[in-house]
Design a protein around this ligand. Structure first.
Ligand code: BGC
Length: 725
């Protein structure tokens, strides 16, 4: 037994039942009577306590309880702490896991300096429905991208090197990560938060589980169970996903915390009669610590005494919790340095937030107006998000310090000189229907050479319980864009939002569109640098943008159907099809494609991708082959492209998507420069769950593309023939 396990065991042997159950309770917020609860050993963790209170509680736990077991303090450090990074969906758009890892390291440093040991992040719920408000908190629609980003974030929070620790480490120097919400939460029907999910096992294992598994492999110390029910069983009471898959199949050795009240919500779900049954059900399924609700604290003791809950279940949970506390060094106060908030908002951290914001922005359209020439002498800055320090931080940034925020207005004034920038918000806030200030904005634009319109969603339009049925610009913003554009001045849209929006009529009237998500503290500086060409846009979409809400769910890795809509029809048909050859899988009133596809993003230069070549065209199911393509910067500026490897298995015993992302690399090239980009493809990339749910590479033909987005437009695939050995 390793030292951590034997220490946990030794402690466990000395604990009373009440103390064991105490470890399994997490309390939110501080109240004076919590001190006594801690003193009696009846709490193992707190969330949402900051300042002097955690120190008081920890001192009592260490010095005044029978066994001196320290508390673990959790907090939602989702995308930064005082210094706020782009929302996770924006970070995913960087397609740069190294950057994302570094960003999480920064967030962990700031959080740890306020005494936090544990963050409830990353959220790795694959989300294919932009109506769902929490799409902002995760990494988008693709399991491969979400796995890479989730693992990098776990490594960053826990301060592990890329690829995790080589050997098992007795200590985790960072803060504990908590991939969430296990599992299926992002598949909520109609994008309504907390709603029912129905996910067949193959889809669960192919789409929703891989990012969690990647986080577990990266060493995540905890996992959070979800609010939703999954195939008729609440995720917090789900033995198959928690006990069977997470704990048995993946050998997860950390602990599972329930989401806020999700244990007792099993009563509302119609799965448990009362809190007592909910406590037993959650524990049996594999929940080790209960967040906020008190079913464990209120009922476990009686359940054990009456023989309804075996002591072994309790001990397993407590063993896991103690192990995490030991790994984090909480028993060793010297290893946990005293809080030192001076790192918060430091120049290095602001620089990190700036880099992350630069790489997360996606250039969606540019009719030659960007980058802006520095010689401009009259720039109109319009829109409710041009100077909104808090909205720019996005959802789930409870500790973000808006005083550190650099807004787009401030940054553009710095670039061009205050005298040359005319500011008129046009509408007061994103959701405001009042259009009385639009004429003033139109006047400002009429007298300017160019209009930069910062529009989109305020921070409160995404995040938990913030779902939308309409995905257009809210309030009077569409009117603002239309009236400003009617001046004939070139309009550049800078859109901040927590999700993809339906751009509809405003897209054709904009000369350029820069998608900034909610870019965080340094968003303004990053956007100004991108607009003026000091930085080059390099982000790509981690999620498809629908043309209409009725297309949702729309995602690149869909199935082909028996009647795929013919490729290349860009226009919506005008009437009801009468010819059976037009009876295809499409809507009558909208093009079958998304407005912008997954993986798409422009740069200020252009890239040419050569054909995808394989080092051999025949292989066995166990071989690893290499796919290569040449990429050339054929434009006039330095820039980055994200080379993306897609595969397709066109015939399989259980059908496969039309494309699946299996690799990506961000490459920077000088004008005229070429490089060869290559990817290794082995069983890990080609295998899937077959008709019998076996994970294997099925013999047959595979198609492979190296391309700059998921459409792989204009590129013919390389073919690989996989034969039985
Ligand atoms: C959310 C979690 C979050 C928790 C603690 C819940 O409402 O679903 O994602 O970590 O609250 O704040």
């Amino acid at each position: 037994m390793n030292p951590i396990d034997s220490q946990a065991e030794a402690l466990l042997n000395r604990m009373t039942l009440a103390e064991k159950i105490g470890q399994m309770r997490q309390i939110s917020g501080f109240a004076p009577d919590h001190v006594e609860t801690v003193r009696q050993g009846r709490a193992g963790s707190f969330l949402n306590v900051l300042g002097a209170d955690p120190e008081t509680l920890q001192r009592v736990a260490r010095q005044e309880t029978r066994l001196g077991i320290p508390l673990i303090f959790g907090r939602d450090v989702i995308h930064g702490f005082k210094t706020v990074l782009p929302i996770p969906l924006g970070q995913a758009a960087s397609f740069n896991p190294d950057l994302v890892r570094e960003a999480a390291q920064m967030a962990a440093r700031e959080a740890a300096s306020s005494g936090i040991h544990w963050t409830f992040a990353p959220m790795v719920d694959v989300a294919r429905d932009p109506r769902w408000g929490r799409i902002a908190e995760g990494y988008g629609e693709d399991p491969f991208l979400a796995s890479r980003m989730g693992a990098a974030t776990v490594e960053g929070f826990q301060q592990a090197p890329a690829g995790g620790y080589r050997r098992r480490t007795p200590a985790v120097p960072g803060i504990a990560a908590c991939p969430k919400h296990y599992v299926g939460y992002g598949a909520a029907e109609s994008g309504r938060d907390y709603n029912t999910t129905l996910i067949p096992e193959r889809t669960l294992r192919s789409v929703y589980l891989p990012p969690f598994q990647a986080c577990v492999k990266a060493g995540a110390l905890t996992v959070m169970s979800a609010f939703n029910e999954l195939n008729d069983i609440p995720a917090t009471g789900h033995q198959f996903t928690l006990r069977q898959i997470l704990k048995r199949e993946w050998r997860f050795r950390g602990f599972v915390v329930s989401d806020w009240g999700s244990v007792v919500e099993m009563i509302q779900h119609g799965y448990c009669a009362d809190a007592r049954e909910a406590a037993r059900t959650a524990l049996r399924a594999g929940v080790d610590m209960e967040m906020v609700s008190t079913a464990f604290a209120d009922h476990l003791e009686a359940l054990v005494t009456e023989g309804q809950v075996p002591m072994a279940w309790i001990e397993e949970a407590v063993r896991r919790i103690l192990r995490v506390k030991l790994l984090l060094g909480l028993f060793n106060p010297e290893r946990r340095s005293t809080p030192n908030p001076s790192v918060q908002g430091s120049p290095e951290h602001l620089q990190m937030a700036y880099r992350a914001a630069v790489e997360s922005c996606v250039l969606l359209k540019n009719e030659g107006v960007l980058p802006l020439p520095p010689s401009l002498r009259s720039v109109a800055v319009v829109g409710p998000l041009a100077d909104s320090p808090t909205d720019q931080l996005g959802c789930w940034a409870p500790d973000g310090d808006p005083r550190l925020t650099q807004t787009v207005l401030q940054a553009l004034q710095e670039c061009f000189g205050e005298a040359y920038v005319r500011y008129a918000p046009g509408v007061r806030s994103c959701r405001d229907p009042d259009s009385s200030q639009i004429p003033a904005a139109v006047d400002a634009v009429r007298n300017a050479e160019v209009a930069i319109l910062c529009v989109g969603e305020d921070a409160g339009l995404s995040g938990e319980a913030h779902c939308r049925a309409f995905l257009n610009l809210p309030g009077a913003q569409e009117q603002l864009v239309a009236e400003v554009a009617s001046t004939g001045r070139p309009v550049i849209l800078v859109i901040m939002a927590g999700r993809p929006l339906v751009l509809g009529p405003i897209l054709p009237i904009a000369r350029a569109v820069l998608w900034a998500w909610h870019p965080g503290t340094m968003g303004g500086a990053a956007i100004a640098a991108l607009l003026t060409g000091r930085e080059s846009p390099s982000g790509c979409l981690p999620v498809s943008f629908p043309r209409a809400v009725g297309q949702i769910p729309i995602y690149y890795n869909h199935k082909n159907t028996g009647r795929p809509a013919p490729a290349g029809i860009r226009e919506a048909p005008t009437g009801t099809p009468i010819d059976p050859k037009d009876f295809t899988a499409r809507h009558l009133d909208v093009d079958v494609t998304p407005e912008f596809p997954f993986g798409f993003g422009l740069s200020y230069t252009q890239f040419r991708y050569g054909p995808t070549r394989l080092d051999r065209t025949r292989a066995t199911a166990l071989d690893t082959i290499r796919a290569t393509a040449s990429v050339t910067n054929v434009g006039r500026q330095k820039g980055a492209t994200v080379a993306q490897l897609y595969i397709r298995d066109p015939v399989a015993s259980a059908t496969r998507p039309v494309r699946e992302l299996k690799g990506f690399q961000k490459i920077w090239l000088e004008p005229g420069q070429s490089c060869e980009v290559s990817f290794e493809i082995g069983p890990g990339e080609l295998a899937a769950y077959d008709a019998e749910m076996r994970w294997r590479v099925e013999p047959g033909r595979f198609l492979l593309w190296i391309a700059s987005d998921s459409t792989c437009a204009g590129l013919s695939p390389a073919e690989l023939d996989v034969r039985d050995m």
